[in-house]
Every structure is written in C-alpha cells, then in structure tokens.
Design a protein around this ligand. Structure first.
Ligand code: ACO
Length: 330
C-alpha cells in the first residue's frame, strides 16, 4: 500500500484577552520583574476568567485553523487533544470541542503527555493518515494552567499561562507534511513531585485533606527539570532529524517548548543552531505546557517566518517525563 503524507493545511491559536504582567505578580508574591525576566525571559502571560475552560480556548483555536485549512468541520475524521488541564476527568475535552466546532463525523480523544503533548498528538495524527485510516485530523493543544497554579508559590506561579493552538493535517501524495517523529518517555522520573498535579486522580482523590495540603496545584522542582529538559529536547531533535534523513542545515526554524528562554538558548547552543532559527514567544505567553509549540507554529506561519517548502523542527519536553520531536515540511 502506498503511504500517504500528512500535510499541514491550517493552523490557528487563541489566548484569553486578560494578561498578567511581572509587575502584577510583584503584588501577589515576593518576586520581581527583574528576577522573572532574567531567569525565564517572561514578561507577561494570558489568563482566563473563572468561567472559561480549556475547551473554550480549544474551540477558538480550532475554528481559526479550520478556516485557514478551508475545510468543512464535518470533513474532520479525528480530533486529538493533548492537555494537562482537561475540562473534567471525563468526558474528554476533545468531545466538548467536537460539539463546539460541529465536527460531527469525527472520533475524539484527549492525550496526556505533559508539555510534549503537541508533538505526541501530531505523531498520532500522522500514523492514522499514513495508514489510510483517516484523511483529515485536527490536533489541538489547549491549556488553562492558571486553574492549577498555586498563586501563593512564587517558584511556580510566575511561570504559567493559558492558551490553545490547533493544526489540521490532511492526507496528500505531495512531498510535504510530517517527515519524521520521535517520541520518548521515562517513568522513572514520574514520582517525587518533580513535575506533577498530585491530587484529583485515583491515587489521591479529592478530599478536605488534599485541599488543605494544596495538592490540587502544580508541584515542580524546576532546577532539576532544567538540565533534563535541555538534554532531552536537543537529543530528540537530533533523533527526529536522523529518522527523516535530514541534517541541521535543512532546518528553517526550530520551535522548542517554551518553558524558559534560558532553556531554549541552551537547546539552540547544544544543537548548534543560530539564535534566529530558534523561535521564542515565551515573553508574551509564559509556559502554556502543550500549547506553547502549537501557538508558536501558528505565529511563525502567520508572521511568515516560515512558508511553503520550509522545514520546521518541533522539540518538546514535559512531565512523565516525556520528550518528543517532529520534523515537518510545510
Ligand atoms: N522570584 C524571586 N525569587 C525566586 C522566585 C521568584 N519567582 N522563584 C524562586 N526564587 C528564588 C529561589 O527561592 C532561590 O533562592 P535561594 O537561592 O535563596 O534558595 C533562587 O531564586 C534560585 O532558584 P532556582 O530554582 O535555582 O532558580 P532557577 O534559575 O533554576 O530558575 C526556574 C527557576 C525558572 C523554575 C527554572 O529552574 C526552570 O525554568 N526550570 C525548568 C522548568 C521546566 O522546564 N518545567 C518543565 C515544563 S513545565 C510543564 O510541564 C507544565
């Protein structure tokens, strides 16, 4: 059977209007604009209001991607939605989005791969398209991290924001689309609050005690993750290139997970990619987990940093630990 390619035919992104600046955070916890800028490169992040959930952001991003792709929502065969902040444990956020965008013929599910969710999701889309099972797949990374942020913990609350990004992939016989994907995980790092939301699942169901102990908020040991993240993202980028018979010279733009500007700079240095080939928008959005790369991809295309024929390398790293990379020819 002839293998088809998964062409990227449309992207879209959405962030809530309200922003929280470093100066706003100075009034909430013992921090400073200077510390946040120097240690993270962040300036502001977008935050939802109390009535907005991840699916609301996902629907807006998806509608924009669908419009760009110039398809009817009913053409969508599958919705894959990476998130660490689903609307509810179940049903899946993907099902809320399916209704919201009118994709009445689509199968729909969420995936849990931490910040690596977007490349994990693209890889899933690509497998379904290459196998001939589905023709059109929508991948939407959507996060409302502000809902699981401990606003009294300065070591985490300055880092996170809310946003969604979407991408439509469609089967093609043309020489473009997803070239290669590399996914990896190491569960040895899953315990010990390295990066987790300890309560609300079957291990620690919600109780007065879990609330009192603030266990429904992100717990993170940032310094340890920093080193692991740099190594994991650089290595997965190289793996994806190798799998696609590509070299670093072929890469027009690298879109790394936006967790921290210093991490991005270190990944660029490790890979030997010049600064202008490393996409950065962490200053505007903070860390929006799986959504960072989806939003960045949309911005890079909209701002014409990349165009038809260019090769984009997405590299990610997140809780699990998981890490992943995707090479796409636009
Ligand atoms: N304002 C002022 N001081 C602070 C703040 C703050 N907001 N936060 C921490 N500090 C202090 C610490 O208490 C510490 O003080 P001490 O030296 O007196 O003990 C000092 O600043 C240095 O703290 P570090 O944690 O060592 O700072 P670091 O330079 O490592 O920066 C950061 C912290 C930004 C969290 C960084 O480690 C990082 O980005 N780590 C990676 C995060 C990541 O990639 N996570 C994975 C993805 S996220 C996801 O999956 C949702």
């Amino acid at each position: 059977m002839e293998l088809l390619n998964s062409a990227l035919i449309g992207t879209g992104s959405f962030a809530p209007e309200k922003t929280l600046t470093n100066f706003d955070l100075e009034k909430m916890v013992d921090t400073s604009d200077e510390w946040i800028r120097r240690r993270t490169g962040m300036v502001e992040r977008h935050i939802v209001d109390e009535n907005t959930a991840s699916s609301d952001l996902a629907i807006q991003a998806a509608l924009k991607a669908i419009e760009k792709a110039n398809i009817d929502p009913e053409e969508i065969d599958l919705i894959v939605l990476p998130t660490v902040t689903p609307d509810m444990s179940f049903p899946s956020t993907a099902c809320f989005v399916q209704k919201g965008i009118g994709a009445s013929n689509a199968a729909a599910f969420d995936i849990s791969a931490g910040c690596s969710g977007f490349p994990y999701g693209i890889s899933i889309a690509d497998q379904f398209i290459k196998s001939g099972t589905y023709k059109t797949v929508l991948v939407i990374a959507a996060e409302t991290l502000s809902k699981i942020t401990d606003w009294t913990d300065r070591s985490t609350c300055v880092l996170f924001g809310d946003a969604a990004g979407a991408a439509v992939f469609q089967a093609t016989r043309d020489n473009k689309g997803v070239i290669s994907s590399y996914l990896s995980a190491d569960g040895n790092f899953s315990g010990g609050n390295l990066l987790s939301l300890p309560a609300g699942g079957s291990r620690n169901p919600a109780s007065h005690e879990t609330v009192d102990k603030r266990m429904h908020y992100i717990k993170m040991r940032g310094r340890e993750l920093f080193k692991l993240g740099v190594k994991a993202m650089a290595e997965s980028g190289l793996k994806a290139l190798e799998l696609g018979n590509l070299t670093l010279d072929d890469v027009t733009l690298c879109i790394p997970h936006q967790a921290n500007k210093r991490i991005i700079d270190a990944v660029g240095e490790r890979l030997g990619l010049p600064e202008e080939k490393m996409f950065i928008n962490v200053d505007k959005y903070g860390n929006t987990s799986s959504a960072t790369m989806a939003v960045a991809l949309d911005e890079a295309i909209r701002n014409e940093k990349v165009g038809s024929g260019d090769i984009v390398l997405i590299v990610a790293f997140g809780s699990g630990l998981t890490w992943a990379a995707i090479a796409i020819r636009l």
